[in-house]
Design a protein around this ligand. Structure first.
Ligand code: GCW
Length: 683
């Protein structure tokens, strides 16, 4: 059925495939016999309704002739059986896929679900088209699955065009305007739609002068991007500057309680929606790292977020308001301020005050996208607020797409972590789902910072494509990161078992490998300031950023206990507040995030902290050498250009891992004076 641009996309995809393979395509209206004669049947059966009401919930789109009875009966004949197989209610984005009565069937509640079902069928490959009856339902856990681009429209003097981008320029923007040729954006949109992404932020959350004007002067450009994403079920969002009423509107204030400010936002959004009726809304970084915000007017972040939410409400738009608010002018001498506490301290008092079209977007950890952090306690502390969890697909602190570092396992750990007192996981909280009889919280979403750019392999490191894919699949609700990687390998390289096992050997454990040769035991931030690449143990130690490790000759780590430290452990619900409070129960991998311990402290693993540092850094480097050898065995088995680019990056990873190993091992030997028990060289 022609139910809009996404349904048209499904028809076009199927038409292209049938033509390629010499089949034929019948589109509605069809007779029962025609439908049942097809090898593959794809059907929309009405949104959130049962099949009993399918005919009632399938009004034709405006301007279209009424649906014909034979079409409805054909759909119903198949669907009635299918619903009896399992689900009686279809929700948005949900689909059923499988073999049924000798044919392959995809059914969904809406066009987006049909699109997802079609691509799920493609992922199954030939197996989807043969075999015995076997039917499964699948649905996204989280209703919003979003990628944020930190793209500037112009090249920023310090950050380049894409902030923390490691894959070339922006695929959207060039010289201040949308690109003329959007064919790459169309490919990207198709890719994202195929794995269930349904929202994209088009510009950097640090909104500079040129980009602020997208909202007012370049809505036509934004509309062209919206046109490219719409056929794949994706709505676009803009990052906006809280000071826009002043900088763009010429007002004297951006105070959220000022009626002129409220009017300014209302009319700005009205103009956007005239051009883009399905515009998603805005992403806002306010009072953070120099971005303007409501604090300047003595207002809080609920006042700020609700200002925009009320201006967007008439049009159905949403505000994604970031919780990444902390003091970036901290005096390093001040031991009483703990950056890890900041988001919780700022936002939890506001729980219940945000309008229902505000989503609070929380970084997964309390600090800033480190290789290892505990899960942010904010996520369990605001039951009356819609919460989205923000992950970083772009590898700012995890090797910058020079290092192979598959982040699926990190994200799976975060999303499955049973943070809430009632045991609900982070993914459940973000999805607004309850457990058992528990009270459901309102739904937010899962957000990732994108890692693509104009690079010919899209992601700089070709293997970093796996991170983009895994983000989408885990945001959808898949749980096993190695199974997701396996899917990506099959879709990317085909069926060669040698390639499959080698790519697994390189990537499966690469996050742990990266962790082992960089900052130890979750202490974080031992990177070169500014660009954040490569080792520098004290790089951030005496700066204003609040990211300290306090390593001296005797010990290392941040005391965040209630008993003797910053009290951060008290922000966690039970049992985590006690698990993290005690060195006895704190997991090794989070030890230095919560505790300052002597180098001789014995870990649960049986090793001392200092020996752990020596061993993991040496072993991690050895593992990178092994990864290089494994990849080398694929020469000639994967496309040459792909092979060569990965080989170059693995060589750099090996060089950098060696640098990390020697820098960190030497730095801690010089501090502690304790030798490496294995006698390996220290410089
Ligand atoms: O990790 C830090 C990055 C900044 C980024 C900021 C944020 C967009 O170093 O480049 O700014 O986080 O998430 O806002």
């Amino acid at each position: 059925p022609d139910d809009g641009p996404v349904a048209e996309t499904v028809v076009a995809e199927v038409a292209a495939a049938t033509e390629r393979f010499g089949g034929s395509l019948v589109t509605s209206p069809v007779t029962v016999d025609e439908a049942l004669a097809c090898d593959v049947v794809l059907a929309i059966v009405g949104s959130a309704g049962t099949v009993g009401t399918a005919s009632a919930t399938m009004p034709p789109p405006p301007g279209h002739p009424p649906r014909t009875d034979p079409y409805l009966r054909a759909v119903q004949a198949v669907v009635e059986d299918l619903l009896a197989l399992g689900s009686s209610v279809l929700s948005p984005g949900m689909f059923g896929l499988g073999r049924h009565r000798g044919r392959t069937v995809v059914v969904a509640a809406d066009a987006a679900g049909l699109l997802y079902g079609l691509h799920a069928m493609v992922r199954r490959g030939e197996a989807a088209l043969s075999g015995l009856d076997d039917f499964v339902w699948d649905l996204p856990v989280s209703s919003v699955r979003m990628l944020d681009h930190w793209d500037n429209t112009v090249v920023h003097p310090v950050m380049g065009q894409v902030e923390r981008g490691y894959a070339g320029g922006s695929i959207f923007w060039s010289e201040g305007r949308v690109r003329d040729d959007l064919s790459r954006v169309a490919q990207y949109a198709r890719l994202l739609g195929s794995v269930g992404i349904n929202a994209v932020g088009l510009n950097n959350v640090n909104v500079h002068a040129a980009e602020a004007r997208l909202l007012t002067d370049h809505v036509d450009d934004v509309a062209r991007l919206a046109d490219a994403f719409r056929p794949h079920g994706i709505r676009v969002y803009l990052s906006v500057s809280f000071a826009a009423p002043i900088t763009l509107g010429g007002l004297e204030t951006a105070d959220p309680l000022d009626p002129a400010v409220q009017d300014w936002w209302a009319s700005a959004f009205r103009r956007v929606y005239e051009a883009i009726p399905d515009f998603g809304g805005v992403v806002v970084k306010a009072d953070s790292e120099g971005q303007p915000g409501p604090f300047a007017y003595g207002r809080d972040h609920a006042d700020g977020a609700n200002l925009l939410a009320r201006a967007l409400r008439p049009f159905g738009g949403t505000v994604f308001w970031r919780a990444f608010v902390y003091d970036h002018h901290q005096d390093w001498r001040d031991r009483s301020t703990d950056r890890a506490r900041a988001a919780y301290d700022h936002f939890t008092p506001l729980d219940g005050r945000f309008d229902d079209n505000v989503v609070l977007q929380v970084k997964y950890g309390p600090m800033d996208f480190q290789t290892r952090e505990p899960v942010s306690p904010v996520i369990a502390a605001m039951p009356r607020t819609r919460l989205a969890v923000e992950l970083q697909v772009t590898q700012e602190y995890t090797g910058q797409q020079q290092h192979a570092c598959y982040l699926g396992p990190q994200w799976a750990e975060v999303l499955e972590f049973p943070l809430a007192e009632d045991g609900r996981s982070v993914a459940y909280i973000a999805a607004g789902l309850s457990e058992g009889d528990g009270q459901p919280t309102p739904a937010g979403g899962i957000v990732g910072v994108s890692n693509v750019g104009t690079d010919e392999f899209w992601t700089g490191h070709p293997l970093a494509q796996a991170n983009l894919y895994a983000f989408a699949r885990l945001a959808w609700g898949e749980e096993d990161p190695v199974a997701v990687l396996d899917e990506w390998i099959g879709l990317t390289f085909g069926d060669d078992p040698v390639v499959r096992s080698a790519v697994h050997a390189v990537l499966d454990d690469s996050w742990h490998t990266y962790e082992s040769y960089t900052a130890p035991l979750s202490v974080g931030f031992m990177v070169r300031p500014g660009h954040h690449y490569g080792p520098d143990v004290d790089g951030y130690e005496y700066t204003a950023w609040g990211t300290y490790h306090y390593a001296d000759r005797d010990g290392i780590g941040v005391d965040r206990t209630r008993a003797t430290g910053t009290g951060f452990t008290g922000q966690y619900p039970s049992p985590w507040r006690d698990v993290y409070e005690s060195v006895e129960t704190c997991p090794d991998e989070l030890l230095l995030f919560f505790h300052h311990v002597p180098y001789t402290h014995v870990l649960h693993s049986g090793s001392t902290v200092i020996q752990h540092i020596y061993d993991t850094h040496a072993d991690g480097y050895d593992e990178v050498v092994r990864m290089g050898g494994t990849w080398e065995s694929l020469r000639g088995r994967v496309p040459d250009a792909f092979f060569d680019r990965v080989s170059e990056r693995l060589a750099e990873q090996e060089r950098s891992a060696r640098e990390w190993r020697d820098h960190v091992r030497s730095a801690f030997f010089r501090r502690s004076g304790i030798p490496d028990a294995t006698g390996r060289t220290i410089y």
